[in-house]
Ligand binder design. Structure first.
Ligand code: 6PG
Length: 238
């Protein structure tokens, strides 16, 4: 496991932007799944301001690891957040952007998006292979939109499933475990003290850690990187 600890969210985002830049350099085609959440927001701002002209955006195809079932203009839409902080500021062909349609009927959309992945991405053993999947982690140990109360959704034969937020009941469309674990590289961006307990339990495999979807992230490639701020990593530093 590759763990990078930086001072704060801003520094995590900055260092990850450098990692991202290196990963995509000189590649003719790169498939990346983005995440929602507060750290990606800062990452997108940095990519838009500092990497706008350094990265060949036309080689990059963007997807989402999960989406809230709301319209693309909604404040809660992960797509909208990405448009506001990144897509509206860079030169990326519109055909490179593959959003999850949060406004569609969730089951139908999970199926449609699963097919898109199957069609667009190279496959290995029948599963679509991303070059990079970016993930966040909630303080309950969820990742993408697979929550602990629905951990059974992690291991399914589908590329995408419909999940339900445990508190709000909001539907989400999410990638499943087999797709996440087929990626060439998976990167967690986790910041904030409220994540410290789960980060420690998962990384050190403590106390029933397997009940947390984030603990099931184990890419077959072996390339799992954690980008943490000092607050989220605080129990690792003791
Ligand atoms: C979402 C996410 C989700 C997120 C975590 C962490 O759409 O909500 O994809 O999995 O990454 O909840 O979010 P923060 O970075 O804001 O803590």
């Amino acid at each position: 496991m590759d763990i990078h600890i930086h001072k704060d969210k801003q520094e995590v985002a900055k260092q990850f932007a450098l990692f991202f830049n290196t990963l995509v350099q000189n590649k003719p085609l790169v498939h990346v799944a983005l995440s929602g959440g507060s750290t990606p927001k800062v990452l997108f701002d940095i990519l838009a301001s500092e990497f706008k002209d350094n990265i060949n955006w036309s080689a990059i195809h963007l997807y989402w690891g999960d989406e809230r079932c709301v319209g693309p203009e909604d404040e809660q839409s992960n797509y909208r957040m990405t448009v506001d902080h990144l897509l509206s500021k860079i030169n990326i062909p519109s055909e490179n952007i593959h959003r999850i349609k949060g406004e569609s009927q969730p089951l139908k959309e999970a199926k449609r998006y699963g097919h898109i992945l199957q069609k667009q991405l190279p496959t290995l053993d029948g599963l679509p292979v991303f070059d990079l999947v970016i993930l966040g982690m909630g303080d309950d140990g969820h990742t993408a939109s697979i929550f602990p109360h629905e951990i059974n959704l992690w291991n399914t034969n589908e590329n995408c499933v419909v999940a339900t937020h445990p508190e709000t009941g909001q539907n989400r469309v999410s990638l499943t475990g087999p797709v996440i674990n087929s990626a060439r590289t998976v990167a967690f961006l986790v910041t904030g003290e409220n994540k410290a307990e789960k980060v420690d339990e998962i990384i050190h495999q403590k106390n029933g850690y397997e009940d947390y979807p984030a603990a099931l992230v184990a890419p077959l490639s072996g390339k799992l990187v954690w980008y943490l701020d000092e607050s989220a990593a605080k129990n690792l530093l003791i």
